[in-house]
Structures are given as structure tokens and as C-alpha cells.
Design a protein around this ligand. Structure first.
Ligand SMILES: C[S@@+](CC[C@H](N)C(=O)[O-])C[C@H]1O[C@@H](n2cnc3c(N)ncnc32)[C@H](O)[C@@H]1O
Length: 170
């Protein structure tokens, strides 16, 4: 596992960093729940996305509310495995995977969404527990199986938390 410059960061702050640092225009969030990330990043005046795709099998009202003020927000209410078919290969700058946290579900999302990234695009995986423990051991297992040690990790709950975000550039 590789070291990144940051010690720890909340997930929306890391996403804001990537959007700014890598000039992200097309962002996909797989598993949006109550749009906590969208609510935060779209408030930032410096962030100007062309396309923010929210994918969830159960889209909450908060996501639709956000879309009213932000036409760049697109929504697909479907299983992530189905929604992946709607995206062109090589089209996205940043993909945040935070949907099905089982081993099979997370692994399938990584496999299906990786080809959707542009060259140089980044994939971020939430709820990776370093050392395989925690509530979602299958998330780290799938990351390790697919990425080996070739990824970055930072905690996102607190500086010493084992739970965090794994990310890799393609
Ligand atoms: C942990 S929440 C997402 C939290 C959100 N990304 C955030 O940072 O605030 C997980 C979400 O994934 C959705 N989900 C779970 N399995 C899914 C699947 N196979 N396809 C699409 N959405 C799924 C759930 O409905 C839930 O809203």
C-alpha cells in the first residue's frame, strides 16, 4: 500500500481535493444514500463539474432535491451492475465506489466501473478497513485482490481510524 501526502481526510474533502487537483469534470458516485457528498461539494463555489452522476438502487429525495438546483446532477436509480451499462468506456475522471459493501458487490463494482475511467482517472473506494476487520471486511478483500498493494489509503473518520478510503490512478 502506498503513502499519500494527507494524513487523514473526510471523504467529501478528499473528493474536493481530487476535483481541484485533477481538473475533474465528470464524477460518478456509486451509492449516494442521503447525498451527503453532493450537498457538500456542490456548495463549493470553486467546484464546477460538467457531470455528476448519482447511482443508487434506492435514490433518496435529497438527491432529487439537489438536482433541481444543479443541472449537472444526473441520477440513475438502479443496481450499480445495471447502471454501469449506461456509461461509455473511458469517459469519467473520478469514480467513488460506496454502494454494495459485500466482497462480491464491491469487487463487481470495481471491475465494472474501472473501464469507465479516462486514462489518468482516479477510483476511490470507501469503507476499506485496513487489516480486513471492521463491518465490511469484503471491501478490503476485493481491493487487495484486484489492486494488490498498488493503491493509496487514508483514514477518513479520524487520524488513527482503520477505516478509510483506498484510491488508485488508472
Ligand atoms: C454507505 S451508503 C452511501 C453513502 C454515500 N456515498 C455518502 O458518502 O454519504 C450505500 C448506498 O449504496 C446503495 N447500494 C447498496 N448496494 C447497491 C447496489 N448494488 N447498487 C446500487 N446501489 C446500492 C444503498 O442503497 C445506499 O444508499
Amino acid at each position: 500500500m502506498k503513502k499519500f501526502d494527507f494524513f487523514w481526510m473526510k471523504r467529501w474533502s478528499l473528493i474536493e481535493f481530487f476535483i481541484g487537483a485533477y481538473k475533474v469534470k465528470k464524477f460518478v458516485e456509486v451509492g449516494t444514500f442521503n447525498a451527503d457528498i453532493g450537498k457538500r461539494i456542490l456548495k463549493e463555489k470553486t467546484i464546477k463539474l460538467d457531470f455528476y452522476l448519482m447511482i443508487d438502487k434506492d435514490i433518496k429525495k435529497l438527491c432529487y432535491d439537489l438536482q433541481k438546483d444543479h443541472p449537472e446532477v444526473k441520477i440513475i436509480k438502479a443496481l450499480s451492475s445495471i447502471a454501469a451499462n449506461e456509461l461509455d468506456d473511458g469517459s469519467m475522471d473520478l469514480i467513488f465506489i460506496d454502494g454494495d459493501h459485500t466482497y462480491e458487490g464491491c469487487k463487481s463494482d470495481i471491475v465494472l466501473y474501472t473501464p469507465k475511467l479516462k486514462k489518468g482517472g482516479w477510483m476511490l473506494i470507501h469503507d476499506v478497513h485496513k487489516g480486513g476487520g471492521g463491518a465490511f471486511p469484503g471491501v478490503e478483500r476485493s481491493v487487495k485482490e484486484l489492486w494488490g498493494d498498488d493503491y493509496y489509503f487514508i483514514p477518513d473518520e479520524s487520524p488513527n481510524s482503520a477505516r478509510g478510503i483506498a484510491f488508485k490512478q488508472f
